[in-house]
Write a protein that binds this ligand. Sequence first.
Ligand code: ADP
Ligand code: ZN
Length: 820
Amino acid sequence: MSERFADIILPLPLANSYTYKIPEELSESVKLGMRVVVPFGSKKIYTGIVRYVHAVAPQVSSVKEIIALLDNAPILRRPQLPFWEWIANYYMAFIGDVYTAAVPAGLKLESETSITLNNDFEAESPFSEKELKIYNALNDNKPHSIKELTRITGFKTILPTVKNLMDKGAVSLSEELRAAYKPKKLTCVRLADGIASDEQLQAVFDSLHRSKKQLSLLMAYLEMSHHLAKSGQCEVAKKELLEQSGISPAVFDALVEKKIFHPYTKEISRLDSSQTVQQPLATLNSFQKTAYRSLLSQLKEKNVVLLHGVTSSGKTEIYTHLIAETLKLGRQVLYLVPEIALTTQLTQRLEKVFGNKLGVYHSKFSDNERVEIWNNLLNDKGYEVILGVRSSVFLPFRDLGLVIVDEEHESSYKQYDPAPRYHARNAAIVLANMHGAKTVLGSATPAIESYQNALSGKYGLVELTQRHEEIELPKIMTVDLKESYRKKRITGHFTDELVEKIKLALTNKEQVILFQNRRGYAPYIECKQCAYVPRCPHCDVSLTYHKHFDMLTCHYCGYTTKVPANCPSCHTPSLQTKGFGTEQIEEEIKALFPEAKAARLDLDTVRTKKGFEKIIRDFESHAIDILIGTQMVTKGLDFGDVSLVGILNAGNLLFYPDFRAHERAFQLMAQVSGRAGRKSKQGLVVLQTPETDHPVIRQVIAHDYKGMFATQMRERHDFRYPPYFRLINIVIRHKDPGTNNHAAALIADELKKLLGSRVLGPNNPPVGRIQNWYIKHILLKIENAASPDAVKDIIRNIVNGIQSDGRFKSLQVNYDVDPM
Ligand code: ADP
Ligand code: ZN
C-alpha cells in the first residue's frame, strides 16, 4: 500500500502545519479534524490536529511518524478549519496560535500538561492494565506532568490512555484554581420494583428484623427520599446516603443483593444548570414590535443588521424572540457578550425561556467545564443557544442560524494579548457567513465603524428610540470640579451635589452606581520631598497602590512589592498617594455613609466566577445599596431600582491620547447613565467633570449619539483613521533596546520604500517596556480601496527578511490588525 501523510497543526506559534507519516495500521482511520499525538523537537510530544491527509512525501530526509490517534471521530466540524485559517490570515497570526486559543487545554495534552486524580471518581468499568498503572502513579494525590508519568510508568505512548482516563472522569487537568470536580455520573438508588405498597414495605421491614444495620440504612433511605420529594427532587445519591447514615458500603451491597435496593447511574452535567421553569416569551411592546418586524424583513436582504436601541429599550427581549424563531428552524444561536460580567444576569433571563438548551461559555469556567461544553456541542447533546464571550466563536457548532453580538461597540471584543489578536464581532460575522447564518449587532452606542456600515447600506439598520414603558432617558446634571475645589464644596472626591443626591436616593430606598475608571486605591504614590515615584522594575510604568493589601502592583506584569516606609530616593517618610481608584472611592463612601452598604465591582473583587455572581445577586436583592465600579458596571447590566448614577471624574475619560478616546468617553458615559431609571421612573446622573463645556459632555447630556457620530467622522476623515482607513500596528520587541531600535528603523525604512506615507514610525508606545522587553510600534494607515492582502504580504516579506538576519535572531514581531 502506498504511504500516507498528514499535515498536522501544532499548538505552537508556527505559521505552517508539519507533515508526519501515518503508520500503516492507522492509515484508514486518520481523518481531517482528528487529534493525533506527534513528536516535535528532540523530546517533546504534542497533541496536533489533522489539517490534510495526502500521499505527497515531504522533501526531507527523515519524516517523523504519528505516535497515536486520539479520536474515532473529528473534534472539529465544518467550517472550523477554514475559520481558523481566515483568522490566521486576516489577523496575521500563526495557525498554531489560533489552535492554541480555540481548543480548551484538556483537549490538547502535551508533555508539560499536568494531570491530577479525581478523588470523587467512582469506577464503572474495570481499568485496563495500562490505565491502572497510570492511575496508581497518580495515587499520591499530587499533580504529575505527562512527561513524569511517562518516566514513572515506562510506557512509550501514554497520551491515549490518559485521554481514556479523562473521558471516564478518573483524572483531570490540574489547574491553578481547580474548581471542585464534580463527577459526570452519579450512582443513585431506588427501591426495587416489587416494593411499592405499604404492605410490601412492611414485609421488607419484617424480613430485616435481624439485620439492624440494613434496617437503619433502609430507614435512612426512606427518610432521605421523603425529604427530597418535599423539596421537589427525587433522586437519592448513593454517596450522600452513605455519608448521611454513616453506614458502610457493604451494607448497601447486601440490600442490593437482597433485591431491596435498586442502584442505577445517572448522567449529570458538571455545569450548573439549575432547572428553571420555562416561561413564555415576553410580549413585545408596540415600538419593539415595529423594530422586530423591520429586523426580520431586513435580514432577508442583508447578512448583518445593526439594532441601535437606546439603553433599556428592550433589545434583549427582541434578541430572545429572534432566538426562539431560529430554534424553531432547528438551527443554533451564538449570543456574544463582551465580558463575563454580562453572562450572570443574561443567563437567568435566557434560562427562563430556553431552559437547558442554553449553554454558557467563558474564561471563569474551569478547563474541565470548557471541555464538557465543547463535547456536548460536538455530540449534539442539548445545547442550542450558546451565551459566551469572544472565545465562544471557536466552539464546534453544528449549524448556526443566528449570531447576536450584544454591546457590539465594546473594545473588549478585541483580543489583545496573546495572538491571535482577533475582533470577535468581526470574526463572528465571518463565521456566520460560513454557516449561512445571519448576524444581529446590538448597541445603544454603536461603534463608529458599525454605524457607518449601516448608513452606507452594507448592514441593515433598525433604530429603537423609546425606553420600555416610555420611561424617559436619565437626566444628566454636570458638576464643575474646578469650581467645587475652589469653593471647597467637595469631600474627598465627592462634590456636595453628588453627596446630596446619594443621600436622597438612600432615603428613598433606591440604589446608586458610582463609576470610576480605575481600580486600586490610588494610581501611584509620590514622594512629597523629591517627587520620586515607585516604578515597576520590568515595565515602564508607575506601580498602582492597593490599600487593602498595602501593596504596590504593576498592572502590566503583576509585579508586587510592599510600600517602603521611607522614600528610597531621599530617605524621608514622605510618600503619599496620588490620583484615585475604586478602592479609595469605596473607603470615602463608607466614611460619608456609614449606614449604607457599599461594594466594589472591579477586576480585583471578581477574580472568581462566584465572586462576581455574588456581588450581582447582592445588588439585585438590595443587600448592597451602593455599587462602585470600573467600566465593568457600565455594560448592559439591568437593575430595576437604580435611580442615581455618579461619574466621579469624566476628565479621566476625555483627555486620553487615542483617536477613539472621544467615541469611548461618549459610549462609557452613555452606557453607565443607562443603568439609571430602567424601571418605573426617570433616573438621574451626576457627572463630575473639570470641563462642563466639552463637546463630548454636551453630546452626553443631550443623548446625542448622531451628533457624536458626525463630529467623530469628520475627525477620522481628516486624520486618516477608520472607518476611512484601515490600521495595522506592527509591534517590535527585543530585550536589548539598541537592537530593538535598529530593527524597528530598518523595518520602517523598507516599508516606506514600498508603502510611502502610509507608514508611520517607529513610535514609542505609551508603555515602552513590558516584562523587560523593549517595544517599538510601526503604524500603517491603508486606504480602504487598497488590497489588504497585498499589504500584508509586503509586511510579512520585509519582516521575515529582517528576522532571518543573524543580528535580529531573538527579535519578536507581532501584528495588531484593526487595533482598538
Ligand atoms: P436593553 O437590552 O435594550 O438594555 P432590556 O431588554 O434589558 O433592554 O429591557 C430593559 C428592561 O425592561 C428589562 O428588565 C426587561 O425585562 C424589561 N422589558 C423590556 N421589554 C419588555 C417587554 N416587552 N415586556 C416586559 N418587560 C420588558
Ligand atoms: Zn511590570
